[in-house]
Design a binder for this molecule. Sequence first.
Ligand SMILES: Cc1cc2nc3c(=O)[nH]c(=O)nc-3n(C[C@H](O)[C@H](O)[C@H](O)COP(=O)(O)O)c2cc1C
Ligand code: SF4
Ligand code: FES
Length: 666
Amino acid sequence: MDLHFLDAVPEDAEREAVDAVLGPPDSGWDGGTRHASDLRFAEGGHVARGRRDLLLPALHAVNDRVGWISRAALDYICRRLTIPPAEAYGVATFYAMFALERRPRRVVHVCTDIACAAKDSASLCAQMRERAGGPGGDDGEFTWHESPCLGLCERAPAAVSLQAGDPPRYSVAAPARAGEIIPEPGEVPAGDTPAAPAADGHGAPGDSHGPPLGGGRPQRRTTFSPDTLPGPAPEPPPHAAVPQAGDPDLVLLRRIGVVDPTSLDDYRANGGYAALREAMRLGPSGVIREVADSGLVGRGGAAFPTGRKWDATAKRPETPRYVICNADESEPGTFKDRVLMEGDPFAVVEALTIAGYANNAAVGYIYIRGEYPRALWLLENAVELARERNLLGTDILGSGFDFDIEIRRGAGAYICGEETAIFNSIEGLRGEPRSKPPFPVERGVFGKPTAINNVETLVNVLPIVLHGGPAYASVGTGRSTGPKLFCVSGAVERPGVYEVPFGADLRALMEMCGGAGTGPDGAQRLPRAVLLGGAAGGFVRGDELDIPLTLEGARDAGATLGSGVILVLDDDVDLTAILVRIAAFFRDESCGQCVPCRVGTVRQEEALVRLSRETGARDTDLALLREVGDAMRDASICGLGQTAWNAVESAIDRLGAFGPQEESTR
Ligand SMILES: Cc1cc2nc3c(=O)[nH]c(=O)nc-3n(C[C@H](O)[C@H](O)[C@H](O)COP(=O)(O)O)c2cc1C
Ligand code: SF4
Ligand code: FES
């Protein structure tokens, strides 16, 4: 690709897609019609540069509409935002979901990550190869790719199909069969499809609603059409992923399966927005006090105290301040945030509004991963309805508080879940983590104080505000307070998201989900191993089920809860294949910015492949793995590199992988 401005002319569909995000161009300088005055002076450069954060939405718009981003479309975006094409190219190529070469309109993402690998995604891929050729092939109708975790692990193996058009459409198949994710001949429209607004107006192109940041940002009401693609069986409702749904004792999951996730009225009838009213009665410092008293710590993996984070942000003198809901959920094996967003989306909006109120922020972002079309659809709907009822916007509920939420979609980059990478991604830069300090509370998105929290963390704030911090802290153990969500997948009877008070042990959770089934003798089978915390977490043995599911209990046992992954592996699973998959994930997702991680993740995968194929010197490779792992842990900039060796190390040390005793653990 040529990285200079060219005279390539975008097609109408490309131009319309970009203009729908940026508004129409003002002059010849930003890609519009040339006027005589354009020759005398240039206008708007400063304003355009100030909209750099719209680069990612503009790239999405073209990719959604046409299926790929042509040189002409990229050029047009660059003119509109006065971004050097080389920079925009660097950003567009950072994300796996964007293509800069022509490709079919439908792209099928087939998950081959750990939970799906444990459910034989290899056979699904073999069938895909047989019927449709290898990954990346192009038969004119569709193409398919092997994908990292799609956040549908409870129904593994999973596939998500995305089809460009106006509006774009999607379908989810889980468990997926090749026959239902390969489109019928002629099913995928060849050209630009006509707009197909649904009866309720959702998805209507150009349907411009109050711009969240003020000034010239026309927005569609929902990105994806509510009409999913034909083929797979209809996706089950969100509560199908919650085996406890309807249990009145639930706290975080209590509305899932009880309320209609598209209805604000239903949400309010089930206690919705009572917490925001209570927050406004308490005042910002009162909210922060309750959150601090609750002992709530972040559920995104790092377990940082939320009250301290908010207190530090709110005390900063710089304005504006921002709050961000981290909905990037890409840790393999994790799907709790998807279930919260799909089953109770207004709760996420209300909780982020309370965070905005407590931190005196004017704008909140929800940064949601690109592979969650249904959650995106529901959140867009929720934000829109909240705006209509003055639960977002100016003078919310007559309190004088102004706050709005903008939804930003990731585009297939695990690293963008790292908090500072999200800032770069929102700002229209490559989603590479920043060095810390400065920490987000001092200098976050747009260089301003920012409180960023995981979806589950935020949803915890609702009961804290409603019932008080001390009441919340009375649940759980001293240092791990409140309820916790766990994402159970793999070899269990009833996979799904489970809510348990902190303090239950792994055995209790296994009993709730029906355990690993019964053996031929009718006795409960012990799993071979359990992966706690996801790819960045670690394995424990099947005979270690007494580990308490608390932060301190897991740490004392040399494990981690991370983002709440409980992936159960039985004797049928090829452990070495799972380890190689984990290593491939980190190699693929490393942003490449720092050497220990960029090189270490490659060396780790190579050594594991040799070990699994028994093609190298075993002791040398095990020593190499340790050396490389220690270097990644000690010297990487961010958590990706620092944790990339955790699971492999635990498999070697705890499960005896590649060791003399390996045969007995197989
Ligand atoms: C590589 C990497 C990926 C991450 N992905 C996520 C994610 O998808 N969702 C999330 O909430 N936190 C993720 N985190 C943690 C965030 O950096 C951050 O700690 C979190 O959003 C803070 O929110 P919390 O305090 O509510 O947990 C990730 C961290 C790293 C290092
Ligand atoms: S540790 Fe890896 S992902 Fe993190 S900044 Fe370094 S290269 Fe990028
Ligand atoms: S959806 Fe496949 S591993 Fe999560």
